[in-house]
Design a protein around this ligand. Structure first.
Ligand code: NAD
Length: 494
């Protein structure tokens, strides 16, 4: 069993005081131990980032962008190796792991354009002989805390833009699948990033709290579940930091009576059960409008029996296991309790048998769900699709707008007017029109509303440049000596 250690100042370090197990979810066996950082180890990572900051900040934009061009090349070259690491610790199928690397690459490509992104503004002659210009300067040391479900993509959402802007970073990846972050950090080093600019510390609350409480950390990016996101936002902002804390989700997909039912069913299956439902943009609620519900549910029921669930390294597998035994059991409990709440379990994933000790469960389809049920209210984060039947478009919108989450949403319709009205009405941060998982490309920013994001900046893309920089506005004039005079009045414009 190998030991996964921190990466601080370009070196793998870590005292083995406390460790956590890292499993292979497809076999259920522990394969690694990850060291948990002590307060002093996290402080040493923050100190390394602080020390590296002045020189990185002063590094020319051309040299900085060169690191990202080389990183892109290395990531493409070693893509299969990285995907295999993701699959072995997370469990998602290899093609899905490769897909997350592809989306992470978008963030690297975006960052490589940093010369354009960091352009300031200049206004000549705003008053007689006076010019004004605005520059974007890095904030300093950034803390980045990431969830288990995208061990490559979500760290890249944060570190690519943060580093491009001239900041240095302490990344705390999920303790459940920590190897990908170390692989990424080493790749950054290989691409020419100086030691100390990107540091990785492992662990849990102890490590995170040390980041949140350190006066040397100026900004915190977090992605994870809503209760933790809320507490991270409160603690870090009380400590005077800028914070963006992205939380959980309950994403609805509305199917209008005029939609292509077969296509909508395919989209719902893909978005609900892909990555075993462990995506923050997974569709977990299908809202069937009008009289199409029976046909839609039947279409989905007949198809999901054929899904191939198995070890993510097997090419035929379409869905892998859940991340832990506890996650699997938690998902099973929601399906078990659904009939007692009045829902109809059309397909029960617990019935599917696996000849493996891995954390597998079959896919579930639960019909006649209402908003008061736990299967609707809670983020289950597993392969469970709940169907809510409504009569009208207005009821669908009201249902979604009353939900506390607001990450992603989709509408399936052939009517452009309905789609346009939905876009206008819906209180959700990311909207798909006949697109079930509307994750914006890297040139836009990603973020939900309501309990899906605490803070005012979305992540990656243009909003990340705003988040990871401070504006400085410079007013200047170059008067001749004879123009000098005393004037106690407030500077006016002349
Ligand atoms: P999680 O909240 O359990 O953990 C996220 C991170 O926080 C991990 O690094 C973890 O070690 C750390 N952490 C856990 N408990 C903590 C505590 N008490 N104090 C400080 N830090 C703590 O989330 P997870 O289970 O790893 O990931 C799944 C969740 O992430 C889901 O809710 C999913 O919707 C959400 N998610 C959201 C987005 C988004 O963009 N909104 C993207 C991916 C995942």
């Amino acid at each position: 069993m190998s030991l996964i250690r921190h990466y601080i100042n370009g070196t793998e370090v870590g005292e083995v005081i406390r460790t956590l197990p890292v499993y292979n979810p497809a076999t259920g066996e522990q394969q690694h131990e990850v060291v948990c950082a002590s307060v002093s180890e996290v402080e040493s990572a923050i100190a390394a980032a602080k020390k590296a900051f002045p020189a990185w900040r002063a590094t020319s934009l051309t040299k900085r962008s060169g690191v990202f061009f080389r990183l892109r090349h290395l990531l493409v070259e070693r893509r299969a190796e990285l995907a295999a690491i993701v699959t072995s610790e997370h469990g998602k199928v290899l093609s899905d792991a490769d897909g997350e690397i592809a989306r992470g690459l978008e963030n690297v490509e975006f960052a490589s354009g940093l010369i354009n992104l960091l352009k300031g503004d200049f206004s000549e002659q705003v008053s007689t002989g006076i010019d004004i210009h605005q520059v974007k300067q890095p904030v300093g040391v950034v803390g980045a805390v990431t969830p288990f479900n995208f061990p490559v993509m979500v760290p890249l959402w944060m570190v690519a833009s943060a580093i491009a802007c001239g900041n240095t970073v302490v990344l705390k990846p999920s303790e459940k699948d920590p190897s990908a972050a170390i692989f990424l950090a080493k790749l950054f080093t290989e691409a020419g990033l100086p030691d100390g600019v990107l540091n990785v510390v492992h662990g849990d609350k102890v490590a995170v709290d040390t980041i949140l409480d350190s006066p040397d950390v100026k900004a915190v990016s977090f992605v994870g579940s809503t209760p933790i996101a809320r507490s991270i936002y409160q603690r870090a902002s009380a400590n005077g930091k800028r914070v963006q804390a992205l939380g959980g989700a309950k994403n609805h997909m509305v199917v209008m009576p005029d939609a292509d039912i077969n296509g909508a069913a395919d989209a719902a299956i893909s978005a609900a059960y892909g990555s075993a439902g462990e995506r923050c943009m997974a569709v977990s609620v299908l809202v069937a409008v009008g009289n199409i519900a029976d046909e839609l549910v039947e279409n989905i029921r007949t198809k999901i029996g054929d899904l191939v669930i198995g070890d993510g390294t097997h090419p035929e597998s379409e869905m892998g296991p859940l991340i832990t035994r506890e996650a699997r059991d938690r998902v099973a409990s929601y399906v078990a309790n659904a009939p007692g709440e009045g829902a109809t379990v059309v397909v029960d994933g617990r019935d599917k048998k696996f000849d493996s000790n891995g954390f597998f469960i079959g896919v579930s389809l639960v019909d006649n769900v209402t908003p008061d049920m736990a299967v609707y209210r809670d983020e289950i984060f597993g392969p469970v699709l709940a169907v809510v039947r409504v009569n009208t478009y207005e009821e669908a919108v009201e249902l979604i707008n009353n939900n506390s989450f607001g990450n992603g949403v989709a509408i399936f319709t052939r009517d452009g007017g309905t789609a346009r009205q939905f876009e206008f009405d819906i209180e959700v941060g990311m909207v798909g029109i006949n697109v079930p998982i509307p994750v914006p490309i890297g040139a836009y920013s990603f973020g939900g509303w309501k309990d899906s994001l605490f803070g005012d900046s979305h992540i990656y893309g243009p909003e990340s440049i705003h988040f990871y920089t401070r504006s400085k506005v410079v007013t200047s004039r170059w008067p001749r000596a004879e123009q000098s005079r005393i004037d106690l009045g407030f500077p006016g414009n002349h």
